[in-house]
Design a protein around this ligand. Structure first.
Ligand code: MBD
Ligand code: FE
Length: 256
């Protein structure tokens, strides 16, 4: 890592310096930028700001070397400890009982079309009113998060409640940058996050979107890797999100 730091950081600093030079940034402007960074820190929005602005570029770079299903951004709200282990249902917050039911299911195969069994898939998404458990409003982290494992045919299936288009907290500095200072919006299309892991295969972080949903293709986080836009299908009143993944071998990374 330290070799990479020596390679990357001087270039990064020089790139920033060139922007400062190009725009002849003044001392007052420099201090204003400084103040903005402190606001971001105080609002605990460093992960949100970085992921909103830069995660899509990391994904773009990663996808240059990917076979199988392309990756999408991770976003700031994955919780990596004590991930609730579930078989067939994500925990639903009691007050969301009347929200639309959703089934997330699919199949994982390898590049040759063979099923990938025993893969774990960490799934996380917002409440039906656009909040993340463990992050916002003291919602217990057990809700809308869970790990499923694929069966011998590579299949998984889990029930939950349909999330909505998600507005990143727009009262904070990240929302202010997008909306007030840059004149953009701060919405993401409704989405479900996935982190797929299987021994000897390259990890895949991905998201599924809802066809026809608001902001699909107009994401404030500038993802345009909309490979997983799922058609509007209902089964017994439940929205079915059929999300399949194709995993490539782990050595594909080393082989670059
Ligand atoms: C999210 O829910 C998200 O997925 C990303 C990438 C950024 C902000 C909020
Ligand atoms: Fe998200």
């Amino acid at each position: 890592m330290s070799e990479r730091v020596k390679e990357i950081v001087p270039d990064l600093i020089e790139a920033i310096r060139n922007v400062l030079r190009k725009h002849k940034v003044t001392f007052d402007e420099y201090r204003a930028g400084f103040g903005y960074m402190i606001e971001v820190q105080e609002a605990k929005e460093i992960p949100l700001l970085l992921d909103a602005l830069l995660n899509s570029t990391i994904v773009e770079i990663e996808n240059e070397t990917r076979g199988g299903t392309r990756a999408d951004i991770q976003g700031p709200y994955y919780l990596d400890e004590n991930y609730p282990s579930v078989t067939d249902a994500l925990a639903v917050r009691p007050e969301d009982a009347d929200a639309e039911d959703m089934i997330i299911r699919g199949r994982i195969t390898d590049l040759t079309g063979q099923p990938v069994l025993g893969a774990t898939i960490d799934i996380w998404h917002s409440t039906p009113d656009g909040l993340y458990s463990g992050i916002h409003d003291n919602i217990d982290r057990k809700y809308y998060r869970g790990r499923v494992v694929t069966d011998s045919d590579g299949r998984y299936s889990v029930t939950s409640k349909t999330p909505v288009a998600y507005q990143i907290p727009n009262q904070g500095p990240t929302g202010a940058l997008l909306e007030k200072y840059l004149g953009r919006h701060s919405w993401r299309p409704a989405h479900i996050h996935f982190w797929v892991r299987s021994e000897d295969r390259r990890d895949l972080i991905n998201q599924a979107y809802f066809e026809g949903g608001d902001y699909v293709g107009d994401d404030c986080c500038e993802t345009d890797h909309l490979e997983l836009v799922v058609p509007k299908v209902y089964e017994n009143g439940k929205r079915v999100m059929q999300v399949n993944f194709v995993l490539e071998p782990a050595y594909a990374i080393a082989a670059e």
